[in-house]
Design a protein around this ligand. Structure first.
Ligand SMILES: [Zn+2]
Length: 352
């Protein structure tokens, strides 16, 4: 079995405003880097072209009026939703293809056709809410895939780990009262970064209480803090939850050289998280694992990070890129306090 790379050329036709950081170039550099590994020619990675998601599957997450509005704006050539989020004539199709890409990825893994997948898509999805486009996102691709796993495949336990630098507000709210989808977000503290949410006390409600975990990282937090967060919170909770499928929202914007954020991860810190998530999938979900591209605005890092991710999924040696960044002692201390606090908040639900 191989690793799927889900990609469609329409993903690069969707454009926000001129000069916008969420640009088609992000996918082009990622494809170039992945191409340089020879994994596609060597048949370890299969490029798979998705079809548009069925509207019935999208409607499980998004309001019909909103979907129609998105369709209408694209039909007439474009239109804006928020200050920084606008559609062009390809946005509706690209968004449905991205959501369809996630569905295809998880179906192929469930069917045993592929082992795991990287959905290399635009537009991203984790900020998209039920009735609004937000934060460069239109349809919540990872949430559509999680819902599909529940409805079509009858899964009881889907884990979503979101390590994009920004809080995945849309994904959180989609499953806030569900105990079938456990959301764990690691992101820069919402007091210092868009979208201003994702605090540790947002733990879910009703049946979903405890099934929403927010690790709000201090600006500057890097490899050391993320390593501690995985060891002390992400891995123990995943072990108790015992997921049947793991979905990951990947953002390369946690890198210390990202222009939009202030975190401190290196390419090797990002790769370490991917390796941990891969190991978690092997241990708990028979290897079932799909990554979805969200953010990342330093083109070099999106390329290198995507290369390392595909290398990880295909089970080959990870290319080492020289970059180093050491988080401050203050950050490490803050993270320890944060993690102690998570214990108090979630210790009743999970063994931490
Ligand atoms: Zn982001």
């Amino acid at each position: 079995m191989t690793t799927d790379l889900i990609y469609h050329e329409t993903f690069t036709k969707h454009m926000l405003s001129p000069g916008h950081p969420e640009s088609p170039k992000r996918l082009k550099v990622a494809l170039e880097r992945i191409g340089s590994t020879g994994l596609v020619e060597g048949s370890k990675v299969t490029i798979v072209k998705p079809e548009k998601a069925n509207l019935s599957e999208v409607r499980a997450l998004h309001g019909d009026d909103y979907i129609q509005e998105l369709h209408a704006k694209s039909e007439k050539g474009g239109g804006s939703f928020t200050m920084d989020t606008s559609a062009n004539r390809y946005t509706y199709d690209a968004a449905l293809l991205a959501a369809g890409g996630g569905i295809l990825a998880v179906d192929r893994i469930q069917d045993g056709v592929s082992e795991n997948a990287y959905v290399l898509c635009r537009p991203p999805g984790h900020h998209a809410e039920h009735s609004r486009a937000f934060g460069f996102c239109f349809i919540n691709n990872i949430a559509v895939a999680a819902q599909h796993l529940i409805e079509k495949w009858n899964l009881e336990r889907v884990l979503i780990v979101d390590y994009d630098a920004h809080h995945g507000n849309g994904t959180q709210s989609a499953f806030y009262s569900s105990n079938r989808v456990l959301y764990i977000g690691l992101h820069q503290d919402g007091r210092t970064l868009f979208p201003g949410s994702g605090f540790p006390n947002e733990i879910g409600s009703g049946k979903g209480e405890g099934y929403n975990v927010n690790l709000a990282m201090h600006p500057g937090a890097g490899d050391r803090s993320y390593e501690m967060a995985f060891q002390r919170v992400v891995e123990p909770i995943a072990a108790s939850f015992n997921p049947e499928f793991i979905l990951v929202s990947v953002g390369f914007d946690g890198h210390f050289n990202d222009p939009l954020t202030s975190l401190g991860l290196t390419t090797s810190g990002l790769s370490t998280m991917n390796a941990k998530l891969h190991a978690m999938a092997r241990k708990h979900s028979s290897g079932r694992l799909a990554f979805f591209l969200e953010g990342g605005y330093n083109l070099d890092i999106v390329g290198r990070g995507s290369q390392n991710l595909v290398e990880q999924l295909a089970g080959v040696q990870i290319t080492h890129f020289e970059d180093s960044h050491m988080e401050s002692e203050n950050c490490t201390v803050y993270t320890k306090v944060l993690l102690d606090g998570m214990n108090g908040m979630l210790g009743g639900v999970w063994k931490l």
